[in-house]
Design a protein around this ligand. Structure first.
Ligand code: UTP
Length: 403
């Protein structure tokens, strides 16, 4: 089917006049973009609220701080052995757009310091280096970027000499993108020959990693510790967490913090139809939010902090299985008939994302591993207020970091 017929078939005739005006390389590039559109994804704009229904949800048991303290030495030994044998890699999810922070450069390049620069990437790489010097080995680090920030991320890290981490243990890969549509489901243009795209969410990390074929540089890797860019207290490749997960026999481990109140806006680990799963705060009923266990603790209290350890074999087995597609409203600059780019003040488009939390269900078994919130969780999402630069600075100070 030629490109005009494809556009007509999918109700995208508004692009035909632009197509008529393209020639040569521009035309070829445009045709290629249309050919790559996954129409099954794009047509989900009609069902923005239609996430998969939930099964029977029950509390999950996990390792508490006290249990970890008691068995920590054993877990550490197992974890350090795994790290030394090259079985563990780390995946830094840095493809997000950080819109809430309102910072144009990659989020990892944000400076949280006061009297001297402390970049988020610096915090993360220093934390990883600390583990490496304890274990006397290096952990391969796979950094996921997006087309929007890949060049800037690579340039920034190179300029800072990777904050002392050996370059030969770092690989970059770029996450996939999906076209965005306007609120009537029409593909949008960012220039006269280019559709508007957006990164496809952090749930695409494994597919993009495989596509980039960088894991094969480290064939001994059996476990991947996936973590977000924006937690400045992130413990990466933590040997105790690795050891506990390996010993548990689960296909994945998740670092969790205890919810501070029944209504905290955080996803919680649970069992759904007997398999591990994360349910979001807005999916919890009043009764679930307040349910207590025999000890009087909240029954659904393991809040996830985007730090998971995934078994690579299991990831391979589940590759290609669908996870829910989230349709999210977004402000997207759009081409005007006069050729100028209009930057909207309100959301004018839908983007399509899959999320790493939804991968837990595919893993079937997951060990919740409790960590102390004030020691390991300082997310930088906003400039001020909750989960902000301000709150992260306080937590850094609390952990002895001179700002
Ligand atoms: P967030 O959900 O906080 O999204 O990402 P964000 O895009 O960074 O920020 P906002 O919502 O626009 O303010 C959680 C983690 O997932 C990564 C982010 O870089 C962060 O580490 N992520 C998010 C990706 O790698 N790719 C994506 O498409 C989205």
């Amino acid at each position: 089917m030629n490109v005009k017929d494809v556009l007509k078939k999918h109700n995208q005739q508004h692009l035909l006049p632009y197509l008529e005006n393209l020639q040569g390389e521009e035309l070829d590039a445009f045709v290629k973009q249309v050919e790559q559109v996954d129409w099954n994804v794009v047509e989900q704009w009609k069902h923005p609220e239609d996430l998969s229904g939930r099964g029977r949800v029950q509390p999950i048991s996990g390792l508490t701080l006290e249990q970890i303290r008691r068995n920590g030495a054993t877990y550490r030994k197992v974890g350090e052995q795994a790290l030394k044998s090259g079985k563990v890699g780390a995946v830094l999810l840095a493809g997000g757009q950080g819109t809430r922070l309102g910072f144009d450069a990659p989020k990892g390049a944000y400076d949280v310091g006061i009297s001297h620069p402390i970049f988020i990437f610096e915090r993360l790489l220093n934390n990883l280096s600390e583990v490496c010097s304890q274990c006397k080995c290096y952990v391969p680090l796979f950094v996921m970027t997006s087309v929007v920030n890949n060049d800037d991320t690579q340039k920034f890290l190179a300029q800072h000499n990777y904050f002392g981490y050996p370059k030969e243990y770092i690989r970059f890969f770029v996450q996939d993108i999906t076209p965005v549509v306007d609120l009537d489901g029409k593909l949008m243009l960012e220039s006269k020959s280019r559709l508007a795209f957006s990164p496809n969410g952090n749930g695409g990390w494994y597919a993009s990693l495989v596509k980039a074929n960088v894991l094969s540089d480290f064939p001994s890797v059996e476990w991947l510790n996936v973590f977000s860019v924006d937690n400045v207290l992130q413990r990466i490749a933590d040997p105790v967490f690795v050891g506990a997960t390996l010993q548990s026999g689960a296909n994945c481990g998740a670092k969790v913090v205890r919810k501070c109140d029944p209504y905290e806006k955080v996803g919680v680990l649970c069992l759904e139809d007997g398999v591990a799963s994360v349910i979001e705060y807005y999916e919890m009923t009043e009764e679930m939010a307040n349910q207590r266990d025999d000890d009087g603790n909240l029954a659904y209290s393991f809040g996830v902090i985007l730090n998971y350890l995934f078994n690579v074999n299991k990831l391979q087995q589940t590759a290609g299985k669908r996870i829910p597609l989230h349709v999210v409203k977004k402000k997207v600059p759009v081409l005007q008939p006069d050729g100028s780019l209009f930057k909207p003040q309100t959301e004018n488009a839908y983007k399509f994302e899959t999320l790493v939390v939804d991968m837990v269900r595919l893993m079937e078994t997951c060990l919740p591993f409790e960590v102390a919130r004030e020691r390991e969780f300082a997310p930088v999402k906003n400039k001020t207020g909750v989960d902000s630069v301000e709150s992260a600075r306080e937590l850094l100070k609390f952990n002895g970091v001179t700002l």
